[in-house]
Design a binder for this molecule. Structure first.
Ligand code: BG6
Length: 467
């Protein structure tokens, strides 16, 4: 395996899944603080104690210890998100919350102490609740201005501290979870496709405006888009299945095509027309969209299949669903495991865009058992996770040999955190086990899993230890 010398090895998390301290130091509520069951449920009126995200793994108070552990593994990069509602508690204020800004200042300083580059997502499923309730999230054009103001504020503040930025996490997930992804308070069943696609347009314009702001304020930084990556295979070679797979893929490429190319793709005309949608696009929007990203980032957990036969109904997967592939095994949560799909997807993305790509999420969510070794050390023997990551990284190596310029790889949930889809702690991804459980028990103590030393070796050998 030959990884580039400057390959960015690391791990990834999101603020709402890890920080806790949901109302400390002036932070406002976000949509996550009122969704204790994850992406499917309607929000509660106020935060409830069964919401694991309120305390999460208490990273807000323990980040120094955690970053020291990431440094011990040799991380070159640490992907995190800024909680928008720590900086602007309601989202529509003019003046930022200084305590929120100071928290991330310290966090970035701590990363740099160990030579770790932060990779920062501006919006990772954590829209301020006020913007959701009062404006109906991204349905409202005013959010473009609020988001741009927030982004400009953090670009100016963290100048010199952050070189890599992402606009919206998994921007293509909005149709599946309009509340958590798009801050849209209107229930999914009542949301028209007209309103949904208008909201998407607002997000895409906001993303492009923020790309421009980043280029203006931070000429040495790079900013990327972030998509939920999922190759879609036809279930059979039947031409109708192949066509159906292409159409489903386009519903996802719709987002990155605009973010990377700077204009609506030709297929979007028919796609919108058949859904009966007429978008309001101003001449200024068209100009704004021309500000395109520097690189393409994505999450990868699984591939899926499509079938033209309506009887072939699918699994759940990473929100988007699809028809299960008969050749693949699935994780305990039913996510089909497909390392070769990652190589395929990396190649497809590069063929499509000719931009550097960055794998900013990949990993295995599993139930882990903390055991005590004869010498008294507590650990998790997570060989299943090592196998999963090894097999995916081998395919990353293959894609590099194929000629794809890959900037780096950040393993998802490098420390155990609250899951996004189901808001539970029992689904663990980390190299570091956190003693914290769904019934609210636990000491928050951290323990190194077997995968901790495995990943350390992978990084130290720059991938040559992979098998
Ligand atoms: C991605 C999200 O959808 O998948 C993450 O960007 C999320 O926030 C990850 O945690 C894994 O999903 P889950 O539900 O297993 O946490």
């Amino acid at each position: 395996m030959q990884f580039p010398k400057d390959f960015l090895w690391g791990g990834a998390i999101a603020a709402n899944q890890i920080e806790g301290a949901y109302n400390s130091d002036g932070k406002g509520l976000s949509v996550q603080d009122v969704t204790p069951r994850g992406w499917r449920e309607r929000p509660t009126e106020t935060p409830t104690s069964d919401n694991m995200k309120l305390e999460a793994i208490d990273f807000y108070h323990r980040y120094k210890e955690d970053i020291r552990l990431f440094a011990e593994m040799g991380f070159k990069v640490f992907r995190l998100s800024i909680a928008w509602s720590r900086i602007f508690p309601n989202g529509d204020e003019h003046t930022p919350n200084e305590a929120g800004l100071a928290f991330y200042d310290d966090l970035f300083d701590e990363c740099h102490k160990y030579g770790i580059e932060p990779l920062v997502t501006l919006s990772h499923y954590e829209t301020p609740l006020h913007l959701s309730k009062e404006y109906d999230g991204w349905r409202n054009r005013e959010l473009i201005g609020f988001f741009e103001h927030y982004a400009r504020t953090v670009f100016l503040r963290y100048k010199g501290k952050v070189k890599y930025w992402l606009t919206f996490n998994e921007i293509n997930s909005i149709a599946h979870t309009p509340l958590l992804s798009g801050g849209i308070y209107t229930p999914k069943e009542e949301l028209t496709e007209q309103d949904l696609y208008q909201a998407i347009h607002h997000e895409l314009v906001a993303s492009a405006r923020v790309v421009k702001a980043c280029h203006d304020i931070l000429p040495d930084a790079q900013i990327g888009c972030m998509i939920l990556g999922m190759p879609v295979y036809p279930l059979t070679p039947q031409p109708e299945d192949v066509m159906k797979a292409l159409q489903t893929e386009r519903e996802n490429y719709y987002f990155s095509d605009i973010q990377v190319r700077g204009y609506y793709p030709s297929y979007s005309k028919r796609l919108l027309k058949e859904k009966g949608i007429e978008l309001v696009i101003t001449p200024e929007d068209i100009g704004d969209l021309k500000h395109t990203v520097d690189f393409v980032s994505f999450s990868y957990y699984m591939s899926t299949c499509e079938s033209s036969n309506p009887d072939h109904k699918g699994g759940e997967g990473n929100i988007i669903g699809g028809v299960p592939n008969p050749y693949l095994e699935a994780s305990e949560w039913g996510w089909q495991i497909d390392p070769v799909g990652l190589r395929f997807y990396l190649n497809t993305l590069y063929d499509r865009y000719q931009k550097p790509v960055f794998i900013v999420e990949n990993g295995l969510g599993a139930v882990d058992e903390l055991i005590t070794l004869p010498d008294g050390t507590k650990t998790v023997l997570d060989d299943y996770r090592i196998a999963y990551l090894n097999d995916h990284l081998v395919q990353v190596g293959e894609a590099i040999k194929d000629g794809v310029p890959i900037m780096g790889y950040t393993a998802w949930g490098c420390i155990d955190l609250v899951s996004f889809t189901t808001a539970e702690l029992k689904k663990r991804y980390g190299f570091i086990y956190v003693d914290r459980h769904d019934d609210g028990s636990g000491t928050f103590k951290r323990f190194k899993k077997k995968s901790f030393s495995w990943y350390k070796e992978v990084i130290a050998s720059n991938g040559t230890s992979l098998k």
